[in-house]
Design a binder for this molecule. Structure first.
Ligand code: PSU
Ligand code: MN
Length: 303
């Protein structure tokens, strides 16, 4: 940690928990800065941390603020990320640029994972992961989240992947990269707002303890890399798959017409889906992310 120390700013509570071997759960900030509107994101940021605590773990929301890797955010830092003025989106390749330039950016799944691994946090809760985009076999637009899952030893609890992606190819990619995908109480990969995607999984876990046992076995064997834990949205908040498919087709056509590509495509599609579905999708988004935080904290505690 000697070389890392000058780049890292770890909240004292998180540091104390890590030193004592108590459970800690990482949380990302792209979901705050680029995934939810203000001020709803501010309320969500506080609630998701409460859920982690209520389930026996210490929350560590990640961000890059003024060129520092921040592990655990206080109230003021959370407000900066939620207001999101001049806050970029930072995936693995962006990290050194933001550090050297002293910029502020929200961490994606990939960056939150790599920061968690740097400080020894093993479990991370998010909403949905990035993946292979539709048409990715031609454009090669594949989220860096998948490479991070291949190499970085952190378990990511998510509600699957949004239908903006090619879910089948995303799962194929994870299989090739040796990433276990575990359904929490299901043998079907969920599609974020929807409990079902039509894609079967090989492994279902009955509960957080079973997931924790699989993580322990993987990492004690020295099998480096992440594990994806797919936790479906609670039944009462789930949206209809066919209805979402129509919304996503409109969003994809809009992205195409606007010529959006690269790192802008995911935020563009997310914003479009939000516009097209209004408050309904935001409420679902919040509930699924809180549910993931609960399961992640329970897994961290079981480890
Ligand atoms: N999918 C969502 N909501 C999100 C993201 C993805 O449903 O907020 C964010 C996550 O931070 C994820 C990132 O890591 O987008 C992926 O971006 P890209 O496809 O550019 O790698
Ligand atoms: Mn991309």
């Amino acid at each position: 940690m000697t070389n890392l120390a000058k780049y890292l700013d770890i909240q004292p509570e998180v540091k104390a928990a890590l030193d004592a071997g108590r459970p800690v759960v990482a949380l990302e900030s792209t979901i705050l800065s680029h995934g939810m509107p203000y001020p709803e994101n501010l309320d969500f940021a506080a609630r998701v941390e409460e859920v982690v605590r209520a389930n026996g773990a210490v929350p560590a929301t990640m961000a890059i603020i003024g060129g520092k890797l921040k592990v655990g955010l206080g109230k003021e830092d959370l407000a900066v990320m939620c207001e999101a003025h001049d806050v970029g989106k930072v995936s693995r390749r962006d990290v050194p640029v933001y550090i050297a330039n002293g910029h502020t950016g929200a961490t994606t799944v990939a960056t939150t994972m790599l920061m968690a691994a740097m400080v020894g946090i093993r479990v991370f809760a998010t909403g949905g992961i990035g993946g292979v985009h539709r048409g990715g076999e031609v454009t090669m637009d594949i989220s860096a989240d998948l490479q991070e899952l291949a190499h970085t030893s952190v378990a990511v609890v998510c509600a699957g992947a949004k239908q903006i992606l090619d879910i089948g190819r995303t799962l194929e990619y994870l299989e090739t990269m040796g990433v276990p995908v575990l359904g929490m109480g299901t043998d079907e990969f969920p599609a974020f707002y929807c409990r079902r995607s039509g894609h079967k999984l090989d492994y279902a876990c009955a509960d957080p303890a079973e997931a924790a046992a699989i993580l322990r076995a993987k990492w004690e064997l020295g099998l480096e890399g992440g594990v994806l834990i797919a936790n479906p949205i609670p039944e009462e908040y789930g949206l209809d798959f066919d209805k979402m498919e129509k919304v996503i087709e409109v969003a994809l056509a809009a992205a195409d017409a606007a010529g959006v590509h690269g790192k802008e495509i995911t935020p563009f599609l997310l914003a479009k889906v939000k516009d097209l579905t209004g408050g309904e999708s935001l409420a679902s988004n919040i509930q699924l992310a809180l549910n993931n935080a609960k399961v992640a904290a329970q897994i961290a505690a079981a480890m």
